[in-house]
Design a protein around this ligand. Structure first.
Ligand SMILES: CC(C)(COP(=O)(O)OP(=O)(O)OC[C@H]1O[C@@H](n2cnc3c(N)ncnc32)[C@H](O)[C@@H]1OP(=O)(O)O)[C@@H](O)C(=O)NCCC(=O)NCCS
Length: 181
């Protein structure tokens, strides 16, 4: 999957090293928006971002999923991707973030739907999981909109500095997929 059109103004494409400066600047500009929910925010220098992008290329080469840039009106608006692929259990999980000023248009719902479709059809996986910190209402609305079921809460499962956040687990199984809304 080199490029996936989500709507006339938005597409997904693989991240490349040339994106490091733009991506780091976007994270920096959205630091206060992202920091409550993304534990890695704070390391958004171009070199840290470059290391992240190189990691995504290794992930792709190892056929362990991929991360994509969400490009909206010609600029990176966020990132969505797979954390990895568990071939034994035919399962994967998805993570995402979007710039504050790109919210409220359904962009991430369409992006996650595209990745779910890819996981279930191209890779023929059985289970897709999304973990959302308890209280992250905008994020949990995405799996809920796409028909995921909430399975429970992992207590204190994500470390943010000195705090540990609870994570709500949402999952969708292949027979439950209704397609993109
Ligand atoms: C989580 C996050 C990606 C959600 O962004 P979002 O804009 O709410 O999600 P979408 O792009 O899917 O847009 C949904 C919104 O667009 C609206 N919308 C408009 N057209 C739509 C369409 N065609 N389809 C779906 N939703 C549509 C929805 O009603 C919803 O708005 P509402 O929340 O006011 O009801 C974003 O808030 C974010 O990045 N937060 C910080 C990082 C984070 O929490 N990441 C997730 C960690 S688990």
């Amino acid at each position: 999957m080199l490029r996936c059109d989500l709507d006339p103004r938005t597409h997904l494409r693989l991240l490349g090293e040339a994106d490091a400066t733009e991506l780091a600047a976007l994270v920096r500009a959205n630091r206060h928006h992202l920091a409550p929910w993304m534990p890695w925010v704070g390391e958004e220098s171009p070199s840290a971002t470059l290391a992240f992008i190189r990691g995504t290329r290794r992930q792709l080469a190892e056929e362990n999923g991929f991360q994509t840039a969400i490009v909206h009106d010609g600029a990176i608006a966020g990132v969505v991707g797979f954390h990895g692929v568990d071939r034994v259990n035919r399962a994967t999980s998805i993570g995402y973030w979007l710039a504050a000023d790109r919210q409220g248009q359904g962009i991430m719902t369409r992006a996650v739907a595209a990745l779910v479709g890819h996981a279930l059809t191209a890779w023929k996986l059985h289970r897709v999981e999304i973990r959302v910190a308890t209280g992250n209402a905008r994020s949990r609305a995405i799996p809920e909109r796409l028909g995921f079921r909430r399975e429970g809460t992992l207590r204190g499962a994500e470390r943010h500095g000195e705090r540990f956040l609870d994570l709500d687990v949402f999952a969708l199984l292949a027979p439950e997929w209704r397609g993109a809304p």
